[in-house]
Design a protein around this ligand. Structure first.
Ligand code: MG
Ligand code: MG
Length: 268
């Protein structure tokens, strides 16, 4: 059952989303060769607690950490380790918090030092596909319209869309209805309603769409060991249209990137 949110609840959820955004911004400023993902995880946990939040992933389905840290060929759900990041790596960082009793949940894939051109392109296209999907999140459309937009954008460019893991409704539970696959058919699936809040999160592979899971029961890896990217935003449907609750602004501030990509999804 889809739980639509009131305007007041959406404002509370915006605060949860923004705490994740700020945490990712803090992490962005610390990512460099030689730093371990476990170190970044501890910084994130401290940051969230210092700001009055609760790490949303820690203990959820028994996940052991605050951040999912998935380098290179890891798609999602990577467990932080003490292995240092290396020049040329990419690292997907997924973060969840609970604030005001609501979850925030979003993700960004970072470059570590100098990254190969084909990998940079993968990151760019994956992020663009996220916005292609968000554009379809409006009253009158259906879940399949978002999935189709993401799939079409990425597959046209030769990338593999992971099928086994999907976006989701967001609220007092991390995973609410509806499931939001990154593939689909136009005009199919559940209808979008005013007040819905969802996390859209394309997971896109440079090579095959096929994945495997490590014996740790968590880490998802590409079957051909080629890189994978993951970008995720939290979005509400307000006045029939998609409105971003999360932002990559803090990441861009940390990295010195100038971007107006979020402008079309902001209320005036
Ligand atoms: Mg999610
Ligand atoms: Mg996430």
């Amino acid at each position: 059952m889809i739980k639509v949110k009131t305007k007041e609840q959406i404002e509370l959820m915006r605060e949860s989303a923004l705490m994740v955004s700020k945490t990712l911004g803090m992490v962005a400023s610390e990512i460099k060769p030689g730093v371990s993902t476990l170190y970044l995880d501890k910084l994130a946990e401290e940051f969230i607690r210092d700001n009055g939040g609760i790490p949303g992933f820690l203990g959820l389905y028994d996940f052991p950490n605050t951040l999912c840290m998935s380098p290179n060929a890891q798609v999602v759900h990577g467990i932080p380790t003490d292995k240092p990041l290396e020049d040329g790596d990419i690292i997907s960082v997924d973060c969840g918090v609970i604030l005001n009793d609501f979850y925030g949940d979003h993700a960004y894939t970072f470059e570590v030092g100098a990254v190969a051109e084909e990998t940079k392109k993968l990151l760019q296209v994956t992020k663009e596909s996220l916005y292609e999907g968000i554009r379809q999140l409006r009253v009158g459309n259906r879940v399949g319209d978002v999935g189709f937009a993401i799939q079409n954008y990425c597959e046209k460019r030769g990338y593999g869309i992971v099928r086994e893991l999907v976006g989701h409704g967001l609220g007092k539970e991390m995973h609410e209805d509806p499931e939001m696959p990154n593939y689909g058919k136009r005009g199919r699936g559940k209808k979008f309603k005013e007040g819905m809040v969802v996390a859209i999160e394309p997971m896109v592979n440079l090579g095959t769409q096929k994945i495997i899971q490590l014996k740790d029961g968590w880490t998802i890896l590409t079957a051909d060991n080629k890189p994978s990217a993951h970008f995720e935003h939290d979005i509400a449907i307000v006045d029939g249209k998609p409105e971003l609750l999360s932002t990559f602004k803090y990441i861009y501030d940390a990295l010195g990137i100038v971007s107006d990509e979020e402008k079309e999804f902001r209320a005036n």
